[in-house]
Design a protein around this ligand. Structure first.
Ligand code: UGA
Length: 429
């Protein structure tokens, strides 16, 4: 099939590439001319495992191309995906201006029947607005259908999630686009559920908020574990073996972050308020998340007392493993809180240092994770990169003034660390 994807962020670029990989012809559109030039010359603007090879392969096969012209994308495709940002506004609601602008641009460009698919995460009722907008601005009066098709990919595992989705949600207003949408997803061999548009839009916000709730739940349990002497990992393992609960997203941490959960949670709370159905449970999820970070910082100040004049080594800046994304990163938040307390920082991340430099100033960026501890008073683990498990603990112990580690991701074994002579403080253990 012939597809165009408007917006080449994480979602747009990975979606377009994976559709090309299964045999569709895909044009990725972005209004950022420099980004388009970079993509056309074989560059990739983000770090995402497996993506670069797939982009190269599909460009070479003639199934994937890039343009800055929406009109060109629309003209040459049967299905048009909207995958532009939906950033948060001051009050937590969603800024839909990019979606509205793209809807107008599509309206101006269509001359024959098209399926317009919204992939961006949007508040319930947005599809109706998109349909209204296209109808209003479409001079050719061509027919079209609007579909909601939310994306569930995780950064760092985006290719894997897209190629083998748990499910595909297709929200429609009529049956007309169902056949094409189903055929388009057929190669992915995933269960497809067809709903009305509003339900599809809600599935996305409800799913992300539920996952955030799951993390806040285990983080709240981690506080009780610390107060009672239990071990949160064992509690999570025991809970997770119940198939109704499941073990995933029960890893206690210094809190969730990233460009999705915090934003989607605020948006869902706002939508519920606007609909006159305040969602107090989700407000508590946010509060627990903030508290979890505050508890972690307190753990550090309780141990080191005055941070002014102390140097702390921080392992991890990305909001989670396998990504260079630092948007709403708990690790960056932590660094800034430690700086506020007067600490000097030496930091390292396997992929995110370049992006971190724009937001985290006055720190020493260290290229080698094993050199971070040099001249430090303590080490902090802030992101769950698997390579941190291979840290040279012996070298770090000797480099530190005292062997103190605060592990915000529970990467190491408590008994093992204590045996090696560390003062080791983690989450909920
Ligand atoms: C999330 C969802 O998992 C995706 O399904 C969704 O498509 C995406 O948002 C989106 O809306 O676009 P993502 O933000 O990439 O994906 O990252 P996650 O893997 O969900 O992690 C989010 C945060 O939760 C990270 O800070 C992570 O470290 C934290 N986390 C996750 C925990 O603290 N504990 C866990 O057990 C799991």
């Amino acid at each position: 099939m012939k597809l165009s994807i408007i917006g080449t962020g994480y979602v747009g670029l990975v979606t377009g590439t994976c559709f090309a990989e299964v045999g569709h012809h895909v044009i990725c559109v972005d209004n950022d001319v420099n980004k388009v030039k970079l993509l056309q010359s074989g560059g990739i603007p983000i770090y995402e495992p497996g993506l670069e090879e797939l982009v190269k392969k599909n460009v070479a096969a003639g199934r994937l191309s890039f343009t800055a012209s929406i009109a060109e994308g629309v003209e040459q495709s049967d299905v048009i995906f909207i995958a532009v940002p939906t950033p948060p506004q001051e009050d937590g609601s969603v800024d839909l201006s990019f979606i509205e602008k793209v809807a107008r641009d599509i309206a101006a460009a269509i001359t024959s029947y098209k399926i317009v698919v919204d992939k961006s995460t949007v508040p319930v009722n947005t599809g109706e607005k998109v349909a209204e907008t296209i109808k209003r601005y479409c001079k050719s009066k061509a027919e079209f259908d609007v579909v909601s098709n939310p994306e569930f990919l995780r950064e760092g595992f985006a290719v894997e999630d897209l190629m083998s989705p748990d499910r595909v949600v297709i929200g429609v207003r009529s049956q007309r686009p169902v056949k094409a949408m189903t055929e388009m997803y057929e190669p992915f061999k995933a269960p497809i559920i067809v709903t009305d548009i509003n339900s599809a839009e809600l599935i996305k916000h409800a799913a992300n908020s539920f996952l955030a709730l799951k993390i806040s739940y285990i983080n709240a349990v981690s506080a009780i574990c610390e107060a009672s002497g239990a071990n949160v990992q064992e509690v999570a393992n025991g809970m997770g073996m119940d198939a109704r609960i499941g073990r995933r997203f029960l890893d206690a941490s210094l809190g969730f972050g990233g460009s999705c959960f915090p934003k989607d949670l605020s948006a869902f709370i706002k939508i519920a308020d606007q609909l006159g159905q305040p969602f107090h449970l989700l407000k508590e999820v946010q509060r627990i998340n903030e508290n979890q970070m505050a508890r972690f910082v307190k753990k550090i100040t309780d141990t080191l007392w005055v941070l002014k004049g102390k140097t702390i080594g921080v392992l991890g800046l990305a909001f989670k493993q396998n990504t260079d994304d630092v948007r709403m990163s708990p690790a960056i938040d932590l660094c800034q809180r430690l700086q506020k307390e007067g600490a000097t920082l030496r930091v390292h991340d396997p992929k995110a240092m370049e992006k971190a430099k724009a937001v985290l100033k006055n720190v020493t960026y260290v290229a080698d994770m094993n050199a971070v501890a040099e001249g430090c008073d303590a080490l902090v683990v802030a992101t769950e990169w698997p390579e941190f498990k291979k840290l040279d603990l012996n070298r770090a112990r000797k480099a530190l003034s005292h062997p103190i580690m605060f592990d915000g991701r529970n990467l190491f074994d408590v008994a093992e660390m204590e045996k090696l002579g560390w003062i080791y403080k983690s989450i909920g253990r």
